[in-house]
Design a protein around this ligand. Structure first.
Ligand SMILES: Nc1ncnc2c1ncn2[C@@H]1O[C@H](COP(=O)(O)OP(=O)(O)OP(=O)(O)O)[C@@H](O)[C@H]1O
Ligand SMILES: [Mg+2]
Length: 372
């Protein structure tokens, strides 16, 4: 039976040589059977939230519920949770069968049921042959070890499965394969699952919903589509998909139409942006951050009347799209703008000067904060 997980004002402060507020008032709910991704930069509190969920950390304040059951003070071994850590932590002195069977043995399950359950779960994770050979886990590939770790966490039908960067040790191709496998296995078992990663592509590919964390707080929760199209702020927008940022001042607002004077340009940008929730009360004269997705910018061969100019650094052919990395000068320095085009631009090669054009479909955020 899968259950929901609810966090109510969860706080975790580490007090040691220095005080760290790892979780600051976290409140949200994960639905039964959901594959939920926690995404955020290093040190934002992902592992801490997972460890609090499992009961491996004592909360400083707040409560955690599985369904209606308050588990805040219940020790981990009484919670029926499966966990997979970044280092799979298989037992090298036990064969594969005993590794997977471990959680059943400590629960006092009879030998025949253990044999059946281990056989079934190894089938589910795609390793029946490995079980027949039954070697030490040290004789398995990274991907096989990872599957054994998932099998070991799932074998006793946990209510909740917690995965902390389980694919971090695998190469890129195997990672993509295994993340699809994890989603398949999760959907078959329907166990409520939290999957921690700091890889946005992984989170977008695998999660039913995602939470973006920063500095001990949840910045936004939603499907990858919702967050991609309606990010709450500049940080989130650059964590789910790429965002190019420009700074400026609002010159006029007419309904949903804005004119923004971009810094370092003569003419104003005139467009109909998605306005982030933090900026609903924006007024003429306010400083803002303007964002454009790579697919909402265009480049053209440089012409005399064009203003925003840059030089193409790299052209990458990424299947459906061509990504142009354009270096633009800004103040004393320079930075890279990414522009995605559906085909190559005639007359534009690496090293060439180009003009950048903005589409109507930008974003408007509060000033600052675009740090991802
Ligand atoms: N046992 C601990 N004692 C003191 N501080 C800790 C402890 N565990 C975590 N922290 C601090 O809490 C903050 C959050 O750490 P956490 O491990 O949850 O981050 P994370 O999001 O999992 O990062 P990463 O992506 O690098 O794994 C960090 O500042 C970390 O240094
Ligand atoms: Mg971590």
């Amino acid at each position: 039976m899968s259950s929901s997980i609810s966090y109510k004002n969860v706080q975790k402060t580490f007090t040691g040589s220095q005080v760290v507020h790892a979780l600051k008032k976290v409140s949200f709910t994960i639905e039964p059977g959901e594959l939920f991704c926690l995404l955020g930069p290093s040190g934002c509190g992902k592992t801490t939230l997972l460890r609090c969920t499992a009961g491996l950390e004592t909360l400083t304040d707040g409560r955690i519920f599985y369904d209606d059951r308050d588990v805040t003070t219940i020790p981990p071994f009484r919670r029926n949770i499966g966990m997979v850590f970044q280092s799979f932590a298989l037992y090298p002195h036990m064969n594969v069968f005993e590794n997977v069977a471990y959680g059943l043995r400590v629960r006092g399950i009879d030998e025949k049921s253990i044999r059946n359950k281990v056989t079934d779960i190894m089938e589910l994770v795609g390793l029946p042959d490995v079980l027949r050979r039954n070697p030490s886990p040290t004789a398995l590939s990274g991907g096989q070890q990872q599957r054994v770790a998932v099998a070991r966490a799932l074998v006793y039908d946990p209510q909740i499965l917690l995965l902390d960067e389980p694919l971090a040790n695998l190469d890129a191709k195997l990672r993509r394969h295994m993340r699809a496998e994890i989603r398949r296995i999760q959907k078959v078992t329907n166990v409520t699952t939290i999957f921690v990663t700091h890889d946005q592509e992984e989170a977008m590919a695998i999660g039913d919903r995602l939470a973006i964390m920063r500095d001990g707080l949840i910045e936004q929760i939603g499907s990858s589509d919702e967050i991609y199209h309606n990010p709450n702020n500049a940080f989130v927008s650059n964590f789910i998909g790429k965002m190019n940022f420009f700074t400026g001042t609002i010159g006029s607002i007419r309904g949903e139409h804005y004119q923004v004077q971009l810094d370092g340009r003569n003419s104003a940008l005139s467009f109909t942006p998605k306005v982030s929730s933090e900026l609903k009360a924006a007024a003429v004269g306010d400083r803002v951050t303007v964002g454009f997705r790579p697919e909402h910018l265009r480049i053209k061969p440089k012409a005399p009347d064009h203003e925003v100019l840059g030089r193409v650094r790299i052209i990458q052919h990424l299947g459906q799209i061509i990504r142009y990395e354009v270096v633009v000068e800004e103040g004393a320095g320079e930075r890279v703008i990414e522009v995605d085009m559906l085909g190559t631009v005639p007359g534009v090669g690496e090293g060439d000067a180009v003009a950048i054009e903005f589409s109507e479909r930008g974003f408007l955020f509060a000033e600052g904060g675009e740090v991802a």
